[in-house]
Design a protein around this ligand. Structure first.
Ligand code: SF4
Length: 686
């Protein structure tokens, strides 16, 4: 028996754990522990442990498909490429849009944005970071000059106080939670604020349940208490920041007294007081957040407020401190780094900067790059498709499934059906693929080389363990072949992902010093500007990445969610994930070890609310918002605060996003997944 062990990086969350794919006779059949893995030291959560199970699923796409008379018919690659090239060639650049993918490698994201900009000449390129952490990128860039996690995962263990806000770390980033456990074992205080009593909340020394959408009020209240007690870090404020007086003017308002914040958020004033004291007086404190903070119409405000708190207490630029957004998808950090965003090239170089555009045109040997215009975000693309039919006519979607992942699904379907031509490239047929004119079969993470960048900015390798099924090809190869069909062979001549990475390093300042050789064995944290540079685990040690080196305090007033409960829709609906499933379930729902643990969706209801509604545990109820209804089993539990309901968003049978609201943050254009108004009713017996 021929058994091989191929070390690679997990395709699920942004933690970036390493493991061995175990290969027998050329086929992956198991995941083995890789003790040397830099992030996780061989430990894995259930998703990583069973990350082999979907790879050889009989459902994998194996041939290109072209829709004829409403039915998919198998086609050759040449037929598919010729049709796509002909169609794309018939549209004006502004009539096309591309979605890249946080599930694919850095190299593939780089090529997708290059394909959009250099071959299609369209500025309309984005990906699902828009739906999870675009407010992090915008918010932290505005205050620190860099929109990424400031510290490393390992570093969290050195903290003396950890404030977890809007992150269920123990379920969603379990191997990062190990650092919280280590800190706790060393005596650190752990504060968790969440509307649900999650596995993370159970580890807290202080748990603060609160009404979703009140984060800015809570953070302002904590800052007022810190300033009132003189606990602010005066030296840090003086030497490292600006606009402190402007911040003070807002947070010291009566509106943010502990009593008022308690009324807004539902957190007892005593708890807020305790939290303020622990955060401000700890030797070093870290703040961890995730989509509970970002997925709001005030997402950027929320992010800036977390930064305000940590600057106020001097908790930046040193071990155990920092503002630490935990990124969702395995490579959402990398997809942003690679410029799969409508306003920047790789390394966050602005498309509107004429010098940068000239540099990119020269590097890519093209004479135009979408005229330096900022394109539409994915949320704007959907709105334009729905509201201005004909403005965008064709789309190319790689590895994304907006028909389940985006808010207000009925609206999304209406929008996508307005397209004249849709190409979907994926490893399985998805709800979005069903609407496509052409479906291209792609290789999964185990079937190609590449790199991905985890939440702590560590760039690590993927290694090919088996061949793709049937005629499926790696995304990077499909993009190069399609570009060649469209007349851009010279710009897309890459023989391997490593060759693509070398171009990434050449054009991206924060990746300049990286190469595949240097990524072994531990990866490298960006910024890594030169071939000798060791990488940067902790950002902002001496100065912030701003022209004057100073962090910027942002005075932020609390604003309620775009849609608040009323007499007709009296509860707040919030959504999230479970440890057993992943996003739209394309991979985990084909992993039997995971699927059997959580095969159906549910709605969590507080026992007092359930009693008032006459609802029993396990009863199927109807949850409705202004966008639609879902019939779904009730889970009556005191682990959710009264007045708030929760639905996991993985299940096509119980699609939470049929209910969610597509109101957007005005800057980041992220939708408000975490708070909308909902009603829940008994279903009348027939
Ligand atoms: Fe994979 Fe994330 Fe689990 Fe690590 S914590 S094994 S990266 S899903």
């Amino acid at each position: 028996m021929d058994i091989d062990y191929v070390s690679t990086t997990c395709p699920y969350c942004g933690t970036g754990c390493g493991f061995n794919l175990v290969v027998r006779n050329g086929k992956v059949f198991d995941v083995g522990h890789w003790q040397r893995a830099p992030v996780n030291g061989g430990k894995l959560c259930p998703k990583g442990r069973y990350a082999h199970e979907f790879i050889n699923s009989p459902d994998r796409l194996t041939k290109p498909l072209i829709k004829k008379d409403g039915t998919f018919v198998e086609a050759t690659w040449d037929e598919a490429y010729n049709l796509i090239a002909e169609k794309f060639g018939s549209y004006k650049p502004a009539e096309m849009a591309c979605l890249s993918s946080a599930r694919t490698s850095n190299e593939e994201n780089y090529l997708m944005q290059k394909f959009a900009r250099a071959a299609l000449k369209t500025p309309n390129i984005d990906h699902c970071a828009r739906l999870c952490h675009s407010s992090t990128v915008a918010g932290l860039a505005a205050v620190f000059g860099s929109g990424a996690m400031t510290n490393s995962i390992k570093d969290i263990a050195d903290s003396r106080c950890i404030f977890v806000l809007g992150s269920n770390t123990f379920e969603q980033h379990p191997l990062i939670a190990r650092s919280i456990v280590r800190a706790k074992q060393n005596g650190a205080k752990v504060i968790v604020a969440d509307p649900r009593y999650t596995p993370t909340a159970r580890q807290a020394d202080l748990y603060m349940p609160f009404v979703s959408g009140t984060d800015v009020a809570i953070l302002n209240g904590l800052m007022q208490e810190i300033i009132r007690n003189g606990w602010e870090d005066k030296k840090f404020i003086t030497h490292r920041t600006k606009d402190y007086e402007k911040l003070k003017e807002v947070v010291m308002k009566e509106a943010y007294s502990l009593e008022n914040v308690s009324k807004i958020s539902g957190i007892p004033a005593e708890s807020l007081k305790q939290a303020a004291e622990w955060i401000a007086t700890a030797d070093v404190a870290a703040l961890i957040y995730s989509m509970g903070i970002t997925q709001h119409t005030t997402g950027v405000d929320n992010v800036k407020s977390t930064a305000n708190l940590m600057m106020l207490t001097g908790n930046l630029g040193k071990p155990g401190s920092g503002v630490n957004p935990l990124r969702g998808q395995n490579n959402v950090q990398g997809a942003c780094d690679m410029g799969a965003l409508p306003n920047v090239y790789s390394g966050y170089q602005k498309v509107t900067d004429e010098e940068t555009r000239k540099k990119m045109m020269e590097m890519w040997s093209v004479d135009d790059l979408a005229e330096g215009r900022v394109g539409y975000t994915v949320t704007e693309m959907i709105n334009v498709l729905a509201d201005k039919p004909g403005e965008i006519k064709a789309m190319y979607i790689m590895g994304e499934n907006p028909m389940l992942s985006d808010p207000d699904l009925q609206h999304v379907e209406e929008a996508l059906r307005n397209l004249e031509f849709l190409v979907v490239q994926d490893i399985f047929m998805t709800e979005t693929g069903e609407l496509a004119d052409v479906v291209l079969p792609a290789a999964c993470y185990a079937e190609k080389d590449g790199t991905q960048t985890n939440t702590e900015r560590r760039v690590q390798r993927w290694r090919k363990a088996q061949d793709p099924p049937g005629e499926a090809k790696p995304d990077w190869q499909i993009l190069c072949e399609l570009a060649a069909k469209m007349g851009y062979e010279k710009q897309f001549t890459f023989e391997s992902p490593e060759a693509v990475f070398n171009e990434v390093a050449a054009v991206t300042p924060s990746y300049h010093g990286m190469s595949y050789a240097r990524l072994d064995p531990d990866g490298l944290h960006w910024p890594c500007p030169t071939a000798e540079h060791p990488g940067t685990a902790i950002l902002h040690r001496e100065t912030f990445a701003m022209p004057d080196g100073l962090g910027v305090f942002s005075p932020i007033e609390w604003k309620p969610a775009a849609e608040v409960p009323d007499a007709e829709y009296p509860f707040v609906l919030t959504t999230g994930r479970t440890i057993w499933q992943w996003h739209t379930g394309t991979m985990t729902r084909r992993s039997w070890s995971l699927e059997k643990e959580a095969p159906i969706g549910w709605i969590e209801i507080n026992p007092e609310d359930a009693e008032e509604l006459g609802i029993k545990d396990d009863e199927v109820v109807r949850a409705s918002t202004r966008r639609g209804s879902v019939d779904i089993p009730a889970k009556v539990t005191d682990e959710i605060i009264k007045g708030v309901m929760f639905i996991p968003f993985h299940y096509k049978e119980h699609p939470a996003n049929r209910l969610t609201h597509n109101a957007l943050d005005p800057i980041a254009k992220i939708p408000e997944f975490k708070a909308c108004a909902v009603k829940v009713e008994k279903i009348a017996e027939v």
